[in-house]
Design a binder for this molecule. Structure first.
Ligand SMILES: C=C(O[C@@H]1C=C(C(=O)O)C=C[C@H]1O)C(=O)O
Length: 432
């Protein structure tokens, strides 16, 4: 079921132009500092990335066809777009930012008009990749003048933030985790990822640029994003496609940081040896490698994970890589994201049993949490992260999400503490 918000009177004919900017023009200003308050879009990591604003076109989709409908629309829009790209890097030229619902039936209960998955083509994009900075303008029918790009005013920080339980209390969630452990012990499944939410009420509507700036500064090795009221800083890359090379960063297995470097180092060592975490991790890596293999002539799956250090937690991490084979050359980054979602890092193993269990016991509409968020260009290249360490907002109400992989050895109390640690990035970004 597809609901096209910009009606297509015949094919939509966009004109996109990318021009390089002299590095001195922005003088190392973070990309998030360029965003206007209205319709801001962001995908940044360690200073690089793309930000956008305005809207040249959009599509909203829902249901089990949400990826294929959006993908077909994007092929059509790309095919009819005149692109003048004087930069020539992934992310220059025509791009769309996107965010998808976790579940086939998600969004229906949230009362949003249209679907809950979206691709947005901005009017202006500013990108940075190493020493290259560029600006793209996208317009209907005719070339738009290149705007002057400059830092915007400091956004207002959220005030009067009050946190309350989301759909379950911490204690109720521990009971849900115990139920899942029992199902795993009974042999119904190997792993399930269970999530919970936390509500933040603010004194005034959120200016998302404030938490975005904080997240990008505090979590430089995560991808800080904002698409249509979903924002966060995720450490997990579901899939990146760049000229035939596919990469994915798989995370699963977590330990909280203590703030004491020597202790954290020892904890990192114990994480790398923990059979519970290694087992949980292996399921996640397998699910990604198995889903990528049909598209690739070769894949590289490292034998052992490394430990990814974030300010709040450490994760077991594996970078999987593959080369797209000739038969699947036309598979876009979005096609690949659709094939991979939901990986066992956010669903479980076996996938269908885990998804059924989530629907039965989690008591949460995940919305777009834990689902693909990112961008795609006219060649189909792009990056789709998993929307973790994230929140959705509507005016002054923000819903934060966090989840944990549950296996036979999981303890409900430890999982609750882990979920709290995973809420820290957005919590801190709201409270400063
Ligand atoms: C589900 C989340 O994180 C996922 C679960 C992890 C785990 O259980 O160890 C680790 C990283 C993510 O793949 C989340 O942050 O909400």
């Amino acid at each position: 079921m597809t609901d096209t918000v910009v009606p297509l009177r015949g094919p939509l004919r966009l004109v996109a132009q990318s021009v390089p900017l002299a590095p001195s023009v922005l003088d190392d200003v973070p990309l998030t500092h360029l965003l206007p308050a209205d319709r801001a879009l962001a995908w940044v990591r360690d200073g690089d990335g793309i930000v956008g604003w305005g809207e040249a076109a959009r599509i909203e989709t829902s249901g089990d066809d949400r990826f294929t409908d959006a993908g077909a629309w994007w092929r059509e829009v790309s095919a009819h777009c005149v692109v003048r790209d004087k930069v020539g890097v992934p992310g220059s030229g025509l791009v769309a930012f996107g965010s998808f619902a976790f579940a086939d039936d998600s969004g229906r209960t949230r009362g949003r008009a249209g679907g809950s998955s979206v691709l947005v083509v901005p009017r202006v994009v500013v990108g940075r990749r190493g020493a290259t900075t560029w600006v793209t303008t996208i317009n209907e029918s005719a070339l738009a003048p290149t705007p002057r790009v400059a830092p915007t005013d400091e956004p207002a920080s959220p005030e009067g933030v009050v946190f309350t339980d989301g759909s379950t209390s911490g204690a109720q969630w521990e009971t849900i985790v115990s139920d899942a452990v029992r199902r795993i012990e009974a042999g119904d499944l190997d792993k399930v990822v269970l999530a919970r939410d936390l509500v933040a009420d603010l004194a005034a509507p959120l200016d998302v640029r404030a938490p975005l700036r904080r997240l990008a500064a505090a979590y430089p090795n995560c991808w800080t994003f904002h698409v249509d009221n979903l924002f966060g800083a995720t450490p997990e890359m579901l899939v990146r496609r760049e000229r035939g090379l596919v990469t994915s960063r798989v995370l699963a297995g977590t330990i909280r940081r203590t703030g004491d470097d020597a202790r954290d180092l020892a904890l990192a060592g114990s994480l790398a040896r923990s059979s519970k975490d290694l087992e949980e991790h292996e399921y996640a890596v397998r699910s990604v490698a198995d889903a990528l293999e049909p598209y690739c002539s070769s894949t590289n799956v490292p034998e052992a994970p490394f430990v990814l250090h974030l300010p709040n937690v450490m994760h077991l991490a594996t970078d999987v890589a593959g080369v797209v084979d000739a038969e699947h050359e036309s598979a876009t980054s979005l096609d690949l994201a659709a094939a991979l979602h939901p990986s066992a890092a956010v669903g479980g193993t076996p996938r269908s049993t885990a998804l059924e269990l989530i629907a039965e016991i989690e008591h949460l509409d995940r919305g777009r949490y834990a689902a693909p968020v990112g961008w795609i260009d006219a060649d189909g290249d792009g990056e789709w992260g998993i929307a973790l360490r994230s929140a959705e907002y509507d005016g002054s109400r923000v819903r934060l999400f966090a989840g944990c992989g549950i296996v036979a050895d999981s303890s409900p109390e430890a999982e609750l503490a882990e979920s709290q640690a995973k809420l820290v990035p957005v919590r801190d970004a709201l409270t400063g």
